[in-house]
Design a protein. Structure first.
Length: 162
């Protein structure tokens, strides 16, 4: 019975970092690839943020780090807006700047100041791309759901880290 239940669960393929669609730091052909499905409001992701920075510093050009937005909006009500702001910044070539700002100010995502920053970033993106949210960005944000990623996590080898 259990075997039948397990075999009936739909599966999806996890893909390696792709510079055409992912936000990447480090060489794409690095010997080590680290992929994070992250949520800017998730406390575990917030704890991992400085750890990833330290790993990047230590491994340098040996590491390709990719971040894919995976807002858990049912648990973190400001995470989808934060992911959209990061994608809007990415449309202007400033994803990593916004990524860092969001994680470094994780406790203020609901603050009025954060709302103003998100709206300003959206307005800039609209002027550049003539539309926001970009349907492609929303597909990227929703990819974790399509792949059945079951959450973000604190350590490599757990559900949100590959």
């Amino acid at each position: 019975m259990k075997r039948e239940m397990i075999s009936s669960i739909p599966t999806a393929s996890l893909t390696l970092p792709n510079p055409k669609r992912d936000h990447i730091q480090g060489p794409i052909d690095a010997e080590i690839a680290l992929l994070e499905y992250g949520d800017y409001e998730c406390p575990f992701c917030g704890e991992v943020y400085p750890v990833v920075k330290a790993i990047q510093q230590r491994l340098g050009e040996s590491l390709c780090f990719a971040f894919r937005n995976f807002p858990l909006a049912n648990m973190h009500p400001h995470s989808a807006r934060a992911a959209e702001a990061a994608e809007a910044a990415g449309a202007q070539g400033r994803f990593w700047e916004m990524h860092d700002i969001l994680f470094e100010n994780q406790d203020a995502l609901e603050a009025e100041k954060a709302e103003d920053a998100f709206h300003e970033q959206r307005n800039r993106a609209m002027r550049v791309a003539n539309t926001l949210p970009d349907p492609t960005a929303l597909l990227v944000i929703d990819e974790g759901d399509r792949l059945k990623v079951c959450g973000t996590s604190l350590t490599m080898g757990a559900s949100g880290w590959f």
